[in-house]
Design a protein around this ligand. Structure first.
Ligand SMILES: Cc1cc2nc3c(=O)[nH]c(=O)nc-3n(C[C@H](O)[C@H](O)[C@H](O)COP(=O)(O)OP(=O)(O)OC[C@H]3O[C@@H](n4cnc5c(N)ncnc54)[C@H](O)[C@@H]3O)c2cc1C
Ligand code: SF4
Length: 515
């Protein structure tokens, strides 16, 4: 049940964003008896198996300006909805490796990068990882069965085995292979990116928000977009100003504020919260807010097979080849990557194969859709200080606030890694009889990391190992913005893991009046 808190109630914790980070943090804080107001810019989405319709209704469509290598028409794909981007996600749930927390030590100071080590290590996170996997119902772990095989995954797995890969499996998905957490077993209906109508896929919308609501300590205000975080003369945050569903500005007071608005909107909000005390933006005394933007590298390998594959059936990402997640400089680059089979819906896929074309040739490609198999490459990208989120000088959003300006230029290491991954990806599909293979690097990003990163030294980042900002004691970063470096695996399990750990720490501090 949604509780109601007064705007002047300064005992509450305000959580900004209801996605992977914000939803989990809200559920954990309220489970500890802490009162939480979660402010979410989007509305509760209507789910169906029509991917373009759901995406059209729930995506973050406010304008952004773009500089560098990304697709200017669609640089980023994230949601503005209750549940955040977990509504769209395809649920690949993998842990980072121990060396992923010691990136500078492991890779050395690569020229042009801003690598650092995390202020925490794998062993510290391991018990929280286990908790997050169990909470999300990760398949193939903690006694849960694997997701069943299906053709698209099998084509990748058979090809990889023929090429000598050893770490070939169905991976781990936050998809219920048996009923779990009051949600049913997956029915293999496919099109997970449109949201899972039955709730078999873990989303913040269907798992964490209801969990928080059940505690009686939680209020979700949807269509409530925060425009500034306010502070007192001593530099402690006192609350936030948001625009409500009617377009009116409201001020919610708070004891602490946790920002989980995804790696672009989180730094944008801090930069918009500039003041006399924080002239360059909140928690930005060291000039680090918005910098080191990492997106993970995303590549696609699409193969035309001699017979039908029906890639769209079943869970979107069944089939994992994880041999290359290791760091092995003999390949000519630092960091690693993985292949994961990827099913996707008709209007997008042929268009990726033959971008911009139409007419008879395009129709021919469309007709071959049932015979297509595909994998995504997900790889580590390097932090670069000038890859960053700033405020656009001219363009404003509907509330009169400056939109995010995105600057992303790939580092030479990123391009070498992707080149290697795509060439070997093609070989995998050739080994299983592909007639044609199309490979490309995506210029639309789906992971946003590092823009308010954790650092041991306040000069190198924005927050500490609990996500608490170095400059403001009661302001926390609670999403992928706090990652010090990216990795060869996708980020959401780690976002949820960090949120659980942060919630325990924050609740302890609040109960002890130590914040
Ligand atoms: C197609 C797709 C597939 C993916 N598949 C995977 C996968 O298989 N595995 C994986 O690990 N990751 C995957 N991801 C990434 C995953 O969805 C994100 O890592 C995760 O959702 C990020 O969590 P978050 O809490 O940082 O942000 P989000 O989940 O995006 O939540 C942020 C929320 O904050 C709200 N917000 C923003 N600004 C404000 C404001 N000013 N005021 C109020 N609210 C605000 C937004 O509306 C949004 O709801 C995928 C993403 C996409 C797009
Ligand atoms: S394949 Fe399973 S998890 Fe994905 S949308 Fe269908 S029922 Fe949900």
């Amino acid at each position: 049940m949604n509780k109601h808190f007064d705007l002047n109630d300064d005992r509450v914790v305000v959580v900004i964003g209801s996605g992977a980070g914000g939803g989990t943090l809200s559920a954990e804080l309220t489970a500890q008896g802490i009162d939480v107001v979660c402010l979410e810019a989007g509305a509760t989405p209507l789910l169906e198996q029509n991917v373009p319709a759901v995406y059209g209704r729930t995506r973050w469509s406010d304008p952004r300006t773009v500089e560098g290598d990304l697709n200017p028409d669609m640089p980023v794909m994230i949601a503005k909805a209750v549940g955040g981007t977990t509504v769209f996600w395809t649920a690949v749930t993998l842990r980072r490796q121990p060396h992923d927390f010691r990136s500078l030590t492991t890779y050395g100071a690569l020229p042009g990068t801003s690598l650092i080590d995390w202020p925490l290590d794998y062993d510290t996170l391991a018990p929280f990882y286990a908790e997050a996997e169990q909470r999300m119902g990760a398949s193939g772990l903690h006694g849960k069965p694997d997701v069943p095989d299906h053709n698209n995954g099998e084509v990748l797995k058979i090809g990889a085995r023929r090429r000598g890969y050893k770490h070939v499996s169905n991976g781990h998905l936050s998809v219920n292979t048996v009923p779990h957490d009051g949600r049913p077993q997956c029915r293999q209906m496919g099109f997970c990116t449109g949201g899972c109508v039955i709730g078999a896929k873990w989303t913040s919308l269907q798992a964490e928000i209801p969990r928080a609501q059940a505690t009686g300590h939680f209020e979700l205000r949807e269509q409530a977009q925060v425009v500034t975080i306010e502070h007192d003369a001593g530099g402690r945050v006192t609350g936030v100003v948001y625009v409500d569903a009617k377009g009116e500005r409201q001020r919610q007071r708070a004891r602490a504020v946790c920002v989980a608005a995804n790696g672009i909107e989180t730094p944008r909000l801090l930069l918009m919260s500039q003041s006399g005390r924080f002239p360059h933006g909140l928690a930005n005394d060291a000039g680090q807010v918005g910098r080191h933007w990492m997106t993970d590298l995303l590549g696609r390998v699409i193969a035309l097979m001699p017979g039908p594959v029906h890639n769209y059936r079943g869970t979107t990402n069944t089939g994992l080849v994880a041999d290359d997640i290791r760091h092995d400089p003999s390949r000519g680059f630092a960091g690693g990557f993985l292949y994961v089979s990827r099913g996707i819906h008709l209007p997008v896929w042929p268009n990726e194969w033959s971008p911009g074309e139409w007419g008879a040739d395009y129709a021919k490609i469309m007709e071959q859709y049932p015979n297509m198999a595909s994998a995504a490459v997900i790889g580590e990208d390097m932090p670069v200080a000038d890859n960053r989120i700033t405020l656009a000088a001219e363009v404003k959003d509907a509330h009169g606030m400056p939109v995010a300006h995105l600057t992303k230029r790939y580092h030479a290491n990123d391009l070498a890694l992707m080149d290697h991954a795509l060439k070997n990806g093609e070989e995998i599909y050739r080994a299983v009889g592909a007639q044609q293979v199309y490979t490309s690097m995506s210029r639309t990003v789906i992971h946003n990391l590092g823009t308010c990163r954790q650092s041991r030294d306040p000069a190198d980042g924005v927050c500490d190992a609990f996500g608490r900002t170095h400059d403001v004691p009661n302001l926390f970063i609670s999403d992928g913005s706090q990652f010090s470096t990216s990795a060869a695996v996708p980020p959401t399990l780690t976002i949820v893991t960090l949120a659980i750990r942060q919630a325990r720490h924050l609740a302890g501090q609040l109960k002890a009046n130590a914040l």
